[in-house]
Write a protein that binds this ligand. Sequence first.
Ligand SMILES: [Fe+2]
Length: 140
Amino acid sequence: MKRSISPDPYTWKKEYELNDKLYDEQARKFLEIINQMRKIIAGGVKDRDISDIFFQLTYYHEQYMIREEINMKKLNYDDFENHRESHKKFIDHILAFREGYEKGDEDVYDEMYFYLEKWFDDHMMVADRSAVNYIAGTRI
Ligand SMILES: [Fe+2]
């Protein structure tokens, strides 16, 4: 069954915080992107142009993920290769969504929305959290 998407925005919660400036800043921005998608999909917005969302996601990849990877490598993070691989898969997915969008595929909206939501839950809240905990452990 297809899940419905509410137009109401997610609000930032204390439990999302990883207590790291770089990670918290990117997670907040990412949640904003999810909220923009929610509004476009469910809020009856006239302009369904999501080019800016693709721009923001590319920025997220270039600015935050690359910085994460540089830090992880510097600190010999033991899960670095897996983490980097998941970042690569993420940007490959986004590029594929963009290609679909440019061809006029309407399914891209829902598919990308759920993909972003899952990324927030599984990557940012779990994989990034593990990395932050590792990094924090090296600052003694
Ligand atoms: Fe990450």
